[in-house]
Structure formats: structure tokens, C-alpha cells
Design a protein around this ligand. Structure first.
Ligand code: BTN
Length: 322
């Protein structure tokens, strides 16, 4: 019921709605409405109460804990359990640990700050307190280890849709796992797994988004290559809205993959918002560096390139610079 009260206030955000109208619409007493309003206020929602006018939602807390997210989450499994930390070394490390101990599919680890955030290729991921979205999803798909990269494509598509829908910023995807705003990286995805020879036991998708990070505080060399959503929008954005949208978009695309055994839908999104395709790219894969033209993505999410000899090649993974 508190969820319904909040949804109605949100729908009317900025305008008053009377206690009587709320109680009629939701079929509960005005005293019950009053109690829910008080609870919401205690949780940090700014609700103005004016006699004869009613209630008006003015502001929402930007909390990423279980309580705050459950109230508004629209998913069936993804994010139904949130493990929230104020400070932790790495959400991926915690997610891998709880997955190995049997955590259910859809459990999500979120931290306000990471002291040992990890990026790809053993790099460090700077994760300042309260400024970003540092989270890891636990998944248990029945797939082979070689298919794990597909989950990265699903996550890239979900994050891009969420950023676009919530902020209107034109987020793009640098294959395979970077989300870009104005040619700079705003989000990185680190997919890790626990697996037997032929089957995955769990997958952890780590998503790091510079949401409200102040770019002025980046070291000079980072400023050239990284940005934040705040820098694009011009003010702080609601991390909660972004997380809610990512979890929903992710669940829709992930379930589609589980049912159809194809990531075609995610790949279509990755293609539509790709900043890689059509460009000359440098691909670093282990010790090899290739300069080539990025031509297309396969239905499995691999990159098709035209090499300097004019031949087409499929690239499964790698570090790409455009
Ligand atoms: C990259 O682009 O190199 C991937 C960066 C992934 C960072 C996220 S933040 C949440 C999760 N926990 C980590 O330690 N890493 C990932």
C-alpha cells in the first residue's frame, strides 16, 4: 500500500492530491494514508502537507538500498534482493563470494563506495562515495562458459537504454563493454564467472557508472577519456532511477535470451547505439594489435571487422579504441 501511495504521489509530483482522493483511489482510510505518508517522510521523501490541499511530493531520497529500491522496482527476479554496503572493496568480489555460496539468481550487490574497484585487464576502477553506481548482478544461466560474453552485451544494451530513457543523454556503446557519452567513457562492465569445463555455475556482471562524479576531480589523464552523466545533464541525476531502469531493461533482455537462447534483441540495441561500427578501430587482443574497419555485429554479439587486406574477420573479445 505504501508503494501505491508513493506511486500516486509520484504521478502527481509537484501538485497536491488530497487525503480524501488518495483514500478513495486506493480504497483505504485517510488515517492509513496519513501513516504511509509519515513513513515515507521518515525514509527521506520530501512531502509537503497543507490542510485543505493535501499532500505534494517535492523530492525523493537517492538511496540505493533494499528498502528504497524495492518500493519502486518493477522486476520479477533481478534486484529482488539487494545487498547494500556503505563501503566495500569490490561489489564483484562480494557478488562472486555470495554466488559461490549459493546466492539466488537476481541478487544484486551495491556499494556507495569501493575501495578496491576492479576494471578489465586488472585495472583499478575509481569508485568515490555516493557519486556513482557501483553494482554487481548474480546470474545463473544454463550456458557454456564461451557464451558468457553475451551477458556483457545484454548489460551494455540495458545500461544504454536506461541512461537514454532517464536522462535523454545520447549514450553510445563502444564494443564490447564501454558506455560512452560525448566520446568519453561513462560506464564500464566487468563480467566474471564461476564455471566447470562445460557449464557456467554463476555469472557476475559488474556495472560501474560515473553518475554524479565531479569530472573536475578526475586526474588530468582520466579527464581526457572519462566523463559522468552529471557532466552531460548539468546537475546531479537520480542514481535510483537509473538503477531501477537498468534492472528492468536488463531483466527483459536477459529473460528474452533465456527463453529464445538468442541475444538478437540486445544485439539490435548494441548496433543501433554503437559508436564502434563504421569506424576504423584498433583492437588489442593479448599480444596482437589489429587496425581494421568495424563493420557489423553478429547475432551472437561478436564484432565483424574488415582487416587491412580486405578480409572479414570475427572478433570475440578485445580492447577496442575508436
Ligand atoms: C572496465 O571498464 O574496465 C570495467 C569496470 C567495471 C567496474 C564495476 S564497478 C562495480 C563492479 N565492481 C568492481 O570491482 N568492478 C565492477
Amino acid at each position: 500500500m505504501k508503494k501505491d501511495v508513493l506511486e500516486t504521489l509520484k504521478y502527481n509530483k509537484g501538485s497536491f492530491i488530497s487525503g480524501e482522493e488518495l483514500s478513495n483511489r486506493l480504497g483505504v482510510t485517510r488515517t492509513a494514508i496519513w501513516k504511509h505518508i509519515n513513513q515515507l517522510k521518515e525514509e527521506g521523501y520530501e512531502i509537503e502537507s497543507v490542510s485543505r490541499k493535501g499532500y505534494r511530493l517535492m523530492g525523493e531520497p537517492d538511496l540505493l538500498n533494499q528498502h528504497a529500491l524495492q518500493l519502486e522496482l518493477k522486476t520479477k527476479t533481478i534486484g529482488r534482493r539487494i545487498v547494500h554496503y556503505d563501503t566495500i572493496d569490490s561489489t564483484n568480489t562480494v557478488a562472486k563470494k555470495i554466488a559461490a555460496e549459493g546466492a539466488e539468481e537476481g541478487a544484486v550487490v551495491i556499494a556507495e563506495e569501493q575501495t578496491g574497484g576492479r576494471g578489465r585487464l586488472g585495472r583499478q576502477w575509481v569508485s568515490p562515495k555516493g557519486a556513482g553506481i557501483w553494482m554487481s548482478l548474480v546470474l545463473r544461466p544454463s550456458i557454456e562458459p564461451a557464451e558468457a560474453a553475451k551477458i556483457t552485451q545484454i548489460a551494455a544494451a540495458a545500461v544504454t537504454l536506461a541512461i537514454r530513457r532517464v536522462t535523454g543523454c545520447e549514450a553510445g556503446i563502444k564494443w564490447p563493454n564501454d558506455i560512452i557519452l560525448h566520446k568519453k567513457k561513462v560506464c564500464g562492465i566487468l563480467t566474471e564467472m564461476g564455471a566447470e569445463l562445460n557449464s557456467v555455475s554463476y555469472i557476475v556482471v559488474g556495472i560501474g557508472i560515473n553518475a554524479n562524479v565531479d569530472v573536475a576531480l578526475f586526474p588530468e589523464e582520466v579527464k581526457r577519456i572519462a566523463t559522468s552523466i552529471k557532466d552531460c545533464v548539468g546537475n546531479n541525476i537520480s542514481r535510483k532511477e537509473i538503477v531501477l531502469h537498468i534492472l528492468k531493461e536488463f531483466e527483459d533482455l536477459y529473460l528474452d535470451f533465456i527463453y529464445t537462447k538468442s541475444i538478437k534483441k540486445s544485439v539490435e540495441i548494441c548496433k543501433a547505439y554503437s559508436v564502434t561500427l563504421g569506424n576504423t578501430v584498433k583492437i588489442i587482443n593479448r599480444d596482437q594489435t589489429i587496425i581494421a574497419e568495424a563493420v557489423d555485429l553478429t547475432e551472437e554479439g561478436e564484432l565483424i571487422i574488415r582487416n587491412q587486406e580486405g578480409q572479414m574477420e570475427k572478433i570475440i573479445s578485445g580492447e577496442v579504441s575508436v
